[in-house]
Design a protein around this ligand. Structure first.
Ligand SMILES: C[S@@+](CC[C@H](N)C(=O)[O-])C[C@H]1O[C@@H](n2cnc3c(N)ncnc32)[C@H](O)[C@@H]1O
Length: 231
């Protein structure tokens, strides 16, 4: 099974200490299937809000499931990520279960909404989240900081000239999570180009609207300062 660099990098950030992984916004299910195929995780729940997507994925997994490791367990769930029942399966020892919630491939603003709603039910618990937003990462990071998330690991993946910020976070454990992603940056041309693109994006908003919201102004000045520091 061929998967792209972004999904491969996400799958490599999943180690064997999780009892259960949620592949949220799973669409084709490629990420969760790769994680099960790697044989480090025994159980994956595939979640998407669109019934046809989940029905097709269920059929695919039923047909090709024999290619997965013998003891692999999976479930498909048609559900809004904001409503996930994170502790249904582990009634008696639910707080000991190591769970990883992956949300990948949706916009950063939608992720803000999902996580704000989800954390209103699960705040303060030891749950890892692995995020890969599409755009609006500055706004997402600000919300994550407000929600007291800490950073365990982050990396920048460039694919087809687009940049993706992958972050593994937890409310209880980890180091400081920053607005511009202190651990993302390496002295590489493609990283420099990604940062320059972010700056151009926020410059355009500010020049189209001199009275742009404070978040846009601070994103622009933070990214410019970072650019001068790094490159
Ligand atoms: C572009 S796909 C992402 C596929 C894969 N995770 C990736 O990173 O390539 C986005 C998926 O998110 C699903 N989605 C959007 N909002 C959702 C929500 N609130 N809850 C669950 N799934 C959602 C869509 O139905 C769609 O299948």
């Amino acid at each position: 099974m061929k998967i792209n660099k972004r999904l491969l990098s996400l799958s490599e950030m999943v180690d064997d200490h999780y009892d259960l992984v949620w592949d949220c916004c799973c669409d084709h299910g490629l990420l969760g299937i790769k994680i099960l195929t790697n044989n480090v995780i025994k159980e994956v729940n595939f979640v998407d809000v669109v019934p046809d997507i989940i029905n097709q994925l269920h059929d695919k997994l039923t047909t090709y499931g024999h290619h997965l490791p013998m003891d692999a367990k999976w479930q498909t769930r048609c559900e809004d990520v904001a409503q996930l029942p994170l502790f249904d399966r582990y009634k008696s020892n639910q707080l000991q279960a190591n769970q990883l919630v992956i949300i990948s491939g949706v916009g950063g603003e939608l992720m803000v909404e999902m996580l704000t709603r989800l954390m209103s039910r699960y705040a303060g618990l030891n749950i890892d989240f692995l995020l890969c937003p599409v755009h609006h990462t500055y706004k997402l990071r600000r919300t994550l900081i407000e929600l007291n998330f800490k950073l365990k690991q982050e990396q920048l993946v460039i694919e087809n000239k687009r940049g993706y910020e992958l972050m593994l976070i937890n409310q209880g454990q980890g180091g400081e999570l920053t607005l511009t992603g202190d651990q993302l940056w390496q002295p590489l041309d493609e990283h420099q180009q990604y940062l320059a693109k972010l700056i151009t994006h926020y410059q355009r908003i500010v020049s189209a609207n001199g009275d742009a919201e404070p978040l846009v102004q601070s994103a622009l000045s933070d990214y410019q300062a970072l650019y001068h520091k790094l490159f």
